[in-house]
Design a protein around this ligand. Structure first.
Ligand code: ADP
Ligand code: MG
Length: 685
């Protein structure tokens, strides 16, 4: 149950003046459903306006406040905008332009013959001065004085600045006082305001202690919740697994394990021998050999007489894993089954039986392996591939499956910097595969200007003639998913024109079956080119695909580019990655692409990307999914996360956890940031 002190913050936005069903949707799109969300909806930037006597004093493009007298209303002929023709004191004519419904309000606010004060951006349209959708219209100049400097909020379609800021103001009016959850010494040292003041302040400026404090709150909530997971995990009882090595000895691998693989397996073996369940993350770049580590871990469980499961994010990956594992484990006598949502009828039942009677040792599958209808004789280890697709909530759900909590090994290929590892997986121990298997060929990476598109297409043609395949990754048009799709479809059509039917398109809005079918055509070699938005399945393995083109590469994060590039370079042939760049490139963008050319070490790329972005222009434009945070920027994460982590640890280990006055406050914090699974665990455990 959420503490009462927070009730007013969790009131639905409908309760506010002026919010009806029509506004709900655009608000929801921004994640604004409760007053809390509005209070935390912080401005991106601020506009500075200048009050001018007349338009001769103002420059085109400038944000101004000016008095204008309305001369005429011009209703549109057909679908054009509604225009209000107005004049300043010097007789300069300026048109106020309104599109769509806004014209109704305009008629009312701007009666012919009256003088009004207008705030907006002065533009030029042909010879005509105009202001499109003035942001404010008032009867007196003093009414606009408060708008000389004004917050600019992130919007979605159907919302205006005025609307959003009005709603935000309403939410801020009812902010309760909160007890302090930050350690007093830290609060004083950082000169941070108390929570309520910080929120009020944060709507008046984009930098400074108020913003830092709010970000810190978020980081602390996260660190605390993860720490609670860890604590509660320690209190659970799992099955101590002592493998005798007999099955692992039967593995006939065509290679020597790398040092990093041996070390990771030893770490895992140490963990699973304990009574408290393992929570370990195996971090390893694409191609670093995580699969064999997963298999060895699962064999430990089987040697100890228990079962293991491997959970993959998609069916196609589950199938690939099943194949690889079965091949590797040939000769061990271990029974490995595949279970996906697609299995129905007899086949499914016989797998379910095998899991119950223990004749199946290892099961590989999608979420289907954890449905309520699936029972295990003795499931003792769960391996989760591509961890980042699963939130902590899901991780917990898995952990609750058996009578005893299974050991969990999560695997991720996303190279994230150390600070972010802490933020995202703070509850886990980490093993890193920081050494690639020997004999890997470097991927020849080149940065090519988009002006040379024709050459690139020609290069693909030559490439296909050799019988090899290629990926084409479409640009990320960050603004909206449908734009991404449009860009991908256009590229697909163009390439199809050139290369015929041997091309498939994969994007996020395809039905899973259609996506799988397309992927299968490509991995089976039937399709020669795979055109994709960024959704190329993590882990897809088509060794014959040895060329990758990435459009507008400068728009991607380095970690993302690195992951994409990891799809090639998997076979014996030399692979190439062409990074297409726009004509205009900032210095940082140039450096980032140069770095891609220079190194294939994912961890190095991740660290340096953080550096570059931390210092550079990309800071503001966060990519969704970059971090698990809404408020904290990368810079703040770097600066504040270690503090939050230590603070959380002290609270739990020294200051009595969530009991005691500061603990009570911290509990509020967890609910405030909806990390309340931390609290629930504590109760359950
Ligand atoms: P990941 O899942 O980490 O991306 P995989 O487990 O798929 O990587 O391994 C990539 C490739 O490297 C596979 O073909 C695998 O057989 C091979 N491999 C794994 N470990 C070694 C090793 N120690 N030496 C040589 N090749 C290896
Ligand atoms: Mg893998």
């Amino acid at each position: 149950m959420r503490p009462e002190a927070l009730n007013s913050l969790f009131v639905e936005v409908d309760a506010l003046d002026g919010v009806g069903p029509k506004l709900r949707r655009p608000l929801e799109k921004l994640g604004l459903t409760r007053l809390r969300d509005l209070a935390y909806h912080l401005p991106d930037r601020f506009v500075e306006r200048r009050a001018v006597e007349n338009l001769d004093d103002a420059g085109v493009g400038e944000n101004i406040i000016v008095a204008l007298t309305v001369r005429e209303h011009r209703a549109p002929a057909g679908r054009g905008p509604f225009r209000v023709i107005a004049e300043d004191v010097a007789g300069n004519v300026c048109t106020l332009t309104y599109f769509g419904r806004a014209s109704y309000t305009a008629r009312k606010l701007l009666p012919v013959g009256e003088t009004r004060w207008i705030a907006g951006r002065l533009d030029q349209y042909g010879q005509m001065l105009q202001i499109v959708h003035p942001e404010h219209v008032a009867e007196s100049g003093s009414a606009l004085h408060g708008h000389l400097c004004e917050a600019v909020y992130p919007l979605s379609e159907g919302l205006t600045q005025g609307r959003v800021s009005g709603l935000v103001q309403q939410a801020l009016k009812v902010l309760p006082e909160m007890p302090e959850w930050i350690e007093p010494g830290l609060l004083a040292k950082m000169k941070w305001p108390v929570w309520r003041e910080a929120l009020l302040e944060a709507h008046k400026g984009v930098n400074g202690p108020a913003r830092d404090r709010l970000a810190y709150d978020e980081l602390l909530a996260n660190a605390l919740a993860l720490m609670l997971v860890r604590e509660s995990n320690r209190a659970q009882s799992g099955t101590p697994l002592a493998g005798d090595g007999s099955l692992r000895a039967k593995l006939r691998l065509p290679f020597e394990l790398t040092g990093a693989q041996k070390r990771s397996i030893a770490e895992i073996e140490g963990d699973v021998a304990q009574k408290s369940p393992m929570l370990r993350l195996l971090q390893g770049d694409v191609g670093s050999g995580k699969t064999v580590v997963a298999l060895s871990s699962m064999l430990i469980a089987v040697e100890a007489g228990a079962q293991a499961a491997l959970l993959a994010p998609t069916e196609i990956l589950a199938r690939q894993h099943h194949e690889t594992l079965s091949r590797m484990a040939q000769g061990t006598g271990v029974e490995i089954a595949l279970l996906t949502g697609r299995d129905k009828g007899k086949a499914r039942e016989s797998i379910l039986m095998g899991l119950i009677d223990g004749s199946i040792d290892i099961v590989v599958g999608t979420h289907a392996i954890f449905q309520d209808t699936v029972s295990y004789k003795n499931l003792a280890l769960v391996v989760i591939d591509e961890q980042h697709r699963f939130g902590v909530g899901q991780r917990l759900m898995l952990a609750r499956k058996g009578r005893r909590t299974p050991h969990t090994l999560a695997m991720t290929a996303t190279p994230i910097p150390r600070t972010l590892t802490l933020a995202q997986y703070g509850e886990m121990e980490v093993s890193r595969l920081d050494e690639l298997p020997p004999g890997r060929q470097a991927i020849d990476t080149r940065v090519v200007s988009v002006e040379r598109m024709e050459d690139v297409v020609g290069a693909i043609a030559r490439h296909l003639e050799t019988g090899q395949q290629a990926y084409w990754v479409c640009p990320m048009v960050r603004e909206s998913e449908s734009d991404d799709l449009a860009a991908a479809e256009a590229r697909y059509a163009a390439l199809k024109e050139r290369f015929g039917e041997d091309i498939v398109l994969v994007h996020g809005q395809l039905k899973p079956e259609a996506k799988d079918a397309a992927m299968e055509r490509f991995s089976g070699g039937e399709a020669k080119v795979l055109v994709a938005t960024t959704v190329i399945e993590v882990g897809v393995d088509v060794p014959n695909a040895t060329l990758m083109v990435i459009e507008q590469a400068e728009r991607f994060g380095l970690a993302q580019l690195h992951q994409l590039r990891g799809r090639v370079g998997r076979g014996s042939e030399k692979s190439t990655c062409l990074l297409l760049r726009g004509q205009q490139l900032s210095e940082t963008a140039r450096q980032r692409l140069a770095l891609m050319r220079e190194t294939q070490d994912g961890f190095r790329l991740a660290e340096e990307d953080l550096e570059l972005r931390g210092g550079g222009e990309l800071l503001g434009t966060r990519q969704s999914g970059d971090t698990p945070f809404r408020l904290a920027t990368l810079e703040q994460i770097q600066k504040l996360l270690p503090l939050a982590h230590d603070d959380a640890r002290l609270l739990i280990e020294r200051d009595g956890g969530l009991s005691g006055p500061r603990g009570e406050a911290a509990r509020l914090l967890l609910y405030l940031f909806e990390r309340d699974w931390g609290v629930q665990l504590l109760r359950g455990g």
